[in-house]
Design a protein around this ligand. Structure first.
Ligand code: HEC
Ligand code: HEC
Ligand code: HEC
Ligand code: HEC
Ligand code: HEC
Length: 468
């Protein structure tokens, strides 16, 4: 522990020197200084709710609402603070309790100095007093708390507050202030959601975060006509504040089932699965099943964000007609650990010794990056030998799974048995393998992934064998 602190001290010194060199070359508007305001400068969301009740209902229970009270965050930040001797306290809190930081209530990291409003995470008034930005990543927001609420409308009028239009609200750069996390000491990019989006076709076509995350389109913009509050005019589009990603775990802990459902639906729109299994196979033969997974719906990697903690993997179970398991990969053991998956689709960070770590505050390098890029496809190959005593036909069940964290990590942070991390099925496929002599049942549809070429070859082969 001592060694870590010394190293951090040196790093920090270097970072301060670097930061002062960099800032002397940049002339952009400066980000808000932490501790510059007081919690009293912000308005409780209950006030906004009086007129914007629908928007309030959408935001309630989301990860922005939970950003500070999230028990997973609170446990991790405790560990991070101990590991770094408190050096990351203010850093971590910037995005998870922005009011807590700009009002100087954090540090201390234990939350003992916090007002109630700071605990509301990323809330209405904070998001709508953002009056500018000083760039991307690590929370460079510029805020002007007070009567003016900034937003996407050029002609908005309210009896309660002044309104000001700011283009930033309709741009990915707004989200990119917090959805890009750079290690404050060594510069390692820990969360690259904004930059991956920017480099993708979505970024080039300007399909912004808001199009997918603040409309019902999920994977594209979909207009949502309506009124944004009582007394407001009818507009062609009002954005949704049920901003969800893939996290159903934390919303369920808070009883926000609607949010968990939306997260599940989003995950089910993120990827397509194509499974190529032979239609027939003989005993003693090596069966090869190939799978393609395509990130078809997300404007960034899947997973993204704290992707070193998230897990996406393929589960495949092959059973014979009597239900005997012939092959399996990616199932869970009794402890909730993933057994023999071909690959976990996430990234693996390493500390200064090159040891893999999920504690991203200790990371200074990327050891492995297995995330699936936007519009990219990855392949997996599963093989097994058929034994003589199998009972045909065989069933191949394939499932693409997601969970917010490994059960092991959650069991390490909380008392075992406290939380079970839900496994969410993103997509699935089912294939049947027949005996070479048997012809598939009438009307059996080949699964979407089955290549007609393989099917034709199999058919010709079967006709040939049958004739002999
Ligand atoms: C994460 C930051 C964030 C939070 C939290 C947030 N908003 Fe917004 N809000 C936005 C953005 C961004 C837009 C513009 C979206 C667009 O036009 O694509 C917006 C738009 C609006 C609008 C204009 C109408 C509309 O829906 O487009 C109103 C009114 C509004 N928000 C009120 C609220 C209220 C009330 C809350 C709390 C219940 C809230 N916002 C919470 C970021 C936020
Ligand atoms: C007395 C009712 C009332 C209260 C309270 C209220 N608003 Fe509004 N707000 C409105 C109306 C009406 C509009 C106009 C909507 C339109 O033009 O479509 C509006 C517009 C907005 C806009 C859009 C501004 C723009 O130019 O795009 C934002 C953002 C917003 N409100 C945020 C908030 C926040 C945050 C709170 C709480 C701190 C809040 N409002 C409290 C009535 C209210
Ligand atoms: C002030 C910082 C801040 C801004 C601005 C912000 N976010 Fe977030 N967002 C967060 C934090 C912090 C979390 C995670 C909270 C947690 O996991 O405990 C989060 C969570 C999310 C999630 C849920 C992720 C999941 O795993 O389910 C989505 C989706 C999201 N944000 C999208 C957006 C979009 C889109 C915008 C822009 C309109 C935006 N955010 C603007 C800080 C911010
Ligand atoms: C083309 C639609 C699309 C665009 C554009 C898009 N997203 Fe997403 N996003 C998704 C889908 C679908 C998922 C669910 C897959 C997942 O969770 O990995 C998702 C998941 C997320 C998550 C949860 C990540 C995880 O794996 O736990 C966050 C955070 C997020 N998006 C933020 C953003 C931000 C910030 C932007 C803009 C820079 C953005 N998204 C742009 C569709 C989109
Ligand atoms: C620049 C903004 C920012 C900073 C700084 C930041 N985070 Fe986050 N954090 C986020 C966002 C955005 C997400 C959501 C990403 C996603 O859903 O994958 C998140 C998610 C998390 C999660 C996952 C929560 C869950 O329920 O799945 C943990 C844990 C976490 N952060 C801890 C920390 C710690 C510890 C630090 C400091 C070392 C830190 N964060 C610093 C923005 C930030």
């Amino acid at each position: 522990m001592k060694g870590t602190s010394v190293k951090w001290g040196l790093f920090l010194l270097a970072a301060i020197i670097l930061a002062s060199v960099v800032s002397s070359f940049t002339a952009a508007a400066e980000a808000t200084k932490f501790g510059e305001y007081s919690a009293d400068d912000f308005t409780y969301e209950s006030r906004c709710r009086q007129c914007h009740a629908i928007i309030y209902g959408q935001w309630e229970g989301t990860m922005h609402f939970n950003a500070y009270l999230d028990p997973f965050y609170l446990e991790e930040v405790k560990v991070a603070s101990i590991d770094t001797d408190g050096l990351v306290d203010e850093f971590c809190a910037r995005c998870h309790t922005p009011i807590g930081v700009v009002s100087g209530e954090i540090p201390p990291i234990d939350g003992s100095g916090m007002s109630d409003i700071s605990k509301l995470g990323v809330q209405c008034d904070f998001c709508h007093v953002i009056s500018g930005s000083d760039g991307i990543g690590n929370a460079p927001f510029i805020i002007t708390p007070g009567d003016i609420k900034w937003g996407p409308f050029e002609d908005s009028k309210s009896a309660y507050h002044d309104s000001e239009y700011l283009k930033l609200y309709t741009q990915a750069e707004y989200c990119g202030m917090c959805h890009e996390v750079i290690h404050p000491v060594n510069g390692l990019v820990i969360d690259d959601t904004y930059s991956t989006w920017k480099d993708s076709q979505y970024g080039k076509d300007n399909v912004v975060c808001q199009d997918c995350h603040m409309t019902e389109g999920i994977t594209e913009y979909k207009a949502n006509p309506g009124r944004s509050g009582s007394g407001a005019p009818k507009r062609e589009h009002i954005s949704l504040h049920a901003i969800t990603g893939g996290n159903a775990f934390i919303p369920m802990i808070f009883g926000a089932e609607d949010v968990a459902k939306m997260a599940t639906e989003r995950l089910q729109n993120a990827a397509t699965l194509e499974v190529r299994a032979p239609e027939v196979a003989s005993a003693g033969e090596e069966v090869i099943i190939e799978v393609s997974i395509t990130n078809s719906g997300a404007g960034h990697n899947i997973p993204t964000g704290v992707s070193e903690i998230r897990q996406i993997w393929l589960e495949m179970v092959v059973t014979d007609a009597e239900g005997h398991e012939i092959y399996s990969a990616g199932t869970l053991d009794t402890e909730g650990s993933i057994k023999s998956a071909k690959r976990i689709y996430n990234n693996v960070l390493g500390d200064s010794e090159g040891t893999a770590t999920e504690s991203f505050w200790l990371a200074d390098r990327v050891l492995e990056d297995n995330r699936i890029g936007p519009e990219k496809t990855v392949e997996e190959k599963h093989t097994f030998i058929l034994s003589e005593d199998v009972v045909y036909p065989l069933k191949v069940e394939t499932s693409l799974n997601y969970r917010s964290a490994s059960q092991e990590l959650i069991d390490k942070l909380f008392e075992k048995g406290t939380y079970e991390v839900p496994v969410i099925q993103m997509n699935e496929a089912s294939n049947t393998i027949y005996h070479p002599d048997a012809s598939p049942k009438e009307g059996t549809e080949p699964t979407p992934g089955f290549s007609t070429f393989t099917a034709t070859i199999a058919l010709i082969l079967r006709m040939y064998i049958n004739r002999k």
